[in-house]
Design a protein around this ligand. Structure first.
Ligand code: SF4
Length: 316
């Protein structure tokens, strides 16, 4: 079997077992290309740092193993020891050398000259996230938008969006941007995507440029409460055991593998914890998910002013 087929087969056959990424490391880290690891620039724009925090919480594999095995961090404001001028020099020298992986966290603000997101300044000059993105993207080998803000604008672009925030792919349209959405990302989604990029290049993506490996099916298709939905048994209030479609669950129109991927070291996920899925991996989140506790047929009409009006409604 070809290595890529073996990788895809492994992914297809192991997704519904715990600790997918840990087993991915066990099976495939020995096949990573020899030589220096690719440099990584992690640029934070309009964001809450939730995606950085989420990947800091990765346990199996831990962040140390991820960083030591996959990439060499050159610039990541949340993690790098360098600061000030030294940090800026690292960013620019890495960028000029090219062949780096660029991860963007957060939406790109375009209003007010982009000054709603200033990653750093040099003297009196303020570098905006939009300016840095436009400088870095053409030089990067791969571009990942990590989190729903970077992918689609997310909460940063929620109405009335005074910062003019946009997803990276709305600005960079002549290069492939891999959208690893989620508010925040699950660490496995990012680690698995990095793995695929290093071993086989760009992964198969859906029409929202998200890897089908992680977003290719709806939450609803694998939910532990699906039998309640199929038999028309619905929760009347939070805490009830039945299907939460009536409480606004977005699982039927949200692509992600949360029901078996799980969170917090593969421990739990929202529906299992008793709260509806709010569709955080979707384009148009959160505007098209609100009001959160209103059932889907009632909340989707009139919620389509941003983006494709049919976005993801046909996923199921
Ligand atoms: S709780 Fe949500 S995802 Fe689960 S079966 Fe009901 S509607 Fe589908």
């Amino acid at each position: 079997m070809e290595p890529r087929d073996e990788f895809q087969s492994f992914c297809r056959n192991n997704l519904n077992r715990p600790n997918f990424t840990g087993r991915l490391f066990d099976q495939f880290s020995g096949t990573l290309p020899p030589g220096p690891k690719p440099p990584l620039i992690w640029l934070e724009a309009n964001a809450c740092s939730g995606d950085s925090i989420s990947i800091l919480n990765s346990v199996a594999p831990g962040l140390g193993q991820i960083l030591c095995s996959l990439v060499e961090v050159r610039y990541w404001n949340a993690l790098m020891p360098s600061e000030g001028q030294k940090a800026q020099e690292l960013l620019f020298t890495t960028a000029e050398a090219g062949n780096f992986i660029l991860i963007i966290e957060g939406a790109i603000s375009t209003a007010g000259g982009g000054r709603f997101a200033i990653p750093f300044r040099s003297g009196d000059y303020l570098f905006t996230s939009e300016e840095l993105l436009l400088y870095l993207a053409p030089k990067a080998k791969y571009i990942i938008a990590a989190g729903t803000c970077a992918a689609f604008g997310g909460p940063s672009a929620a109405r009335p969006n005074p910062s003019g925030s946009k997803g990276v792919w709305e600005i960079i349209q002549d290069r492939p941007v891999v959208n690893v959405s989620g508010c925040p990302i699950n660490p496995d989604w990012l680690t698995g995507t990095l793995f695929h990029l290093l071993l086989f290049g760009l992964p198969e993506v859906d029409r929202y440029q998200r890897p089908t490996l992680f977003y290719g099916q709806t939450i609803h298709s694998a939910c532990q409460r699906r039998s309640y939905f199929d038999t028309g048994s619905f929760a009347a209030k939070l805490g009830d055991a039945e299907c939460m479609f009536t409480l606004g669950c977005m699982g039927p129109v949200t692509g992600a593998d949360c029901p078996y991927r799980l969170w917090n070291d593969h421990l739990n996920w929202p529906v299992k914890a008793g709260t509806p899925c709010i569709g955080c991996t979707k384009s148009g989140f959160p505007d098209r998910s609100t009001p959160f506790y209103t059932p889907l047929p009632e909340k989707l009409p009139g919620r389509t002013e941003r983006g494709n009006p049919n976005a993801e409604e046909d996923l199921n």
